[in-house]
Design a protein around this ligand. Structure first.
Ligand code: AQP
Length: 332
């Protein structure tokens, strides 16, 4: 059976981008068709300036939201990265397989390190090496497929390179995985800056729809979305990035094609109103279920405990094999 691994970073409240670009596909398709592991990748949240209590809170909230969105512990394995030591054990071996040049080429590293420098912060070494830890997350489980939004595709490419290189140098150890991008909404853009992606850790929040935003807040954010000059509703990412983002959101909510939707609108206002309504309806059940689950943290903890136990069992043989293959003396 195909094995799938995917993760989500607790660096902020989950967004509509996370939902449409990743979580919805995990819920509707992946957990049913494959042996699927989904992980709250909390170690990745430590690569930028962070508040410890907030990361802890956001990790629990992310797990609760994933269950609220429909991940079913009877169908898939949900766990927290730091609960399974195999990830960091394997990451070091992969650091010994990667070069600093290939890490510095990662687009997310370039963007995030530039942002840190602009705001006067120092760039953590872990920001540079985090794609290696991500590779370990994936390779430890022998995952065949990694469903991601297109911002993460380069990291999966790196994971493939590291797996192939390790296998060639030290003998067949890892499955070489491939990225699977969603058919629609691979990249949801910020409503206030439709040329950059909607990201949960951005400081300016007025263009970001969070899964837990109240309906009136969602409506306000969508109605105030930046649109483009002119008044014609057309799907054209270069000439009309704002309108195109709205059309793609509406398409993701309704299952229609963005071009087909564009033909039905003669004003931005009507498009915004329909998009706002569609997003509110999409998120309503998730928010309601989250409220129920948040009242039962013991249930969520139980799911995560059992998830980590099963994850350790799955990862250990591969990580132990990698230790032997690379030349480390087994503990007696
Ligand atoms: N805007 C987006 N559109 C489509 N997919 C997206 N994803 C994230 N943003 C969008 C997908 O969500 C999954 C989990 O992402 P992540 O939390 O591991 O990290 P990220 O890609 O760095 O997400 P964010 O929200 O932008 O976080 P920050 O601001 O901390 O960097 C991934 O599959 C991702 O592709």
């Amino acid at each position: 059976m195909t094995r799938i691994f995917s993760g989500i970073k607790p660096t902020g409240h989950l967004t509509l981008g996370n939902y449409l670009g990743a979580v919805r596909q995990w819920v509707e398709t992946d957990q049913h068709r494959a042996d699927a592991l989904f992980c709250v990748v909390d170690l990745h949240a430590l690569t930028v300036d962070h508040d410890p209590a907030r990361v802890r809170r956001l990790s629990r909230q992310a797990a609760t939201l994933l269950l609220a969105a429909g991940l079913d512990p009877a169908l898939c394995n949900l766990f927290v990265q730091s609960h399974v030591d195999e990830h960091t054990r394997l990451s070091y071996l992969l650091e010994c397989t990667a070069s600093d040049g290939e890490m510095r080429r990662m687009i997310q590293y370039k963007e995030k390190s530039a942002r840190e420098r602009e705001t006067g912060g120092s760039v953590r070494l872990s920001l540079l090496t985090y794609p290696v830890l991500m590779a370990a997350d994936i390779l430890a489980y022998g995952a065949d497929e990694v469903p991601v939004g297109d911002d993460q595709a380069q990291h999966v490419e790196l994971t493939r390179d590291l797996a192939v290189r390790f296998n060639q140098r030290y003998g067949q150890t890892f499955v070489v995985p491939r990225a699977v991008l969603p058919q629609v909404a691979a990249r949801v853009m910020d409503l206030q800056d439709p040329t950059s992606k909607m990201g949960k850790s951005h400081a300016e929040t007025s263009g970001i729809v969070y899964l837990l935003d109240e309906a009136d807040v969602v409506r306000r954010k969508v109605m105030r979305a930046v649109t483009d000059s002119g008044s014609e509703v057309v799907h054209d990412r270069t000439a009309k990035p704002g309108v195109t983002n709205l059309l793609e959101l509406l398409a993701a909510c309704t299952g229609k094609e963005p071009e087909e939707l564009a033909a039905g609108y003669s004003s931005y206002g009507a498009l915004k109103k329909d998009t706002a309504d569609a997003v509110v309806e999409l998120l309503r059940p998730v928010r309601e279920r989250h409220a129920e689950l948040a009242a039962d943290p013991a249930y969520v903890d139980g799911v995560l405990r059992e998830g980590a136990r099963r994850a350790r069992e799955l990862a250990r043989p591969t990580v132990d094999a990698a230790y032997r293959a690379i030349g480390l003396l087994p503990a007696g």
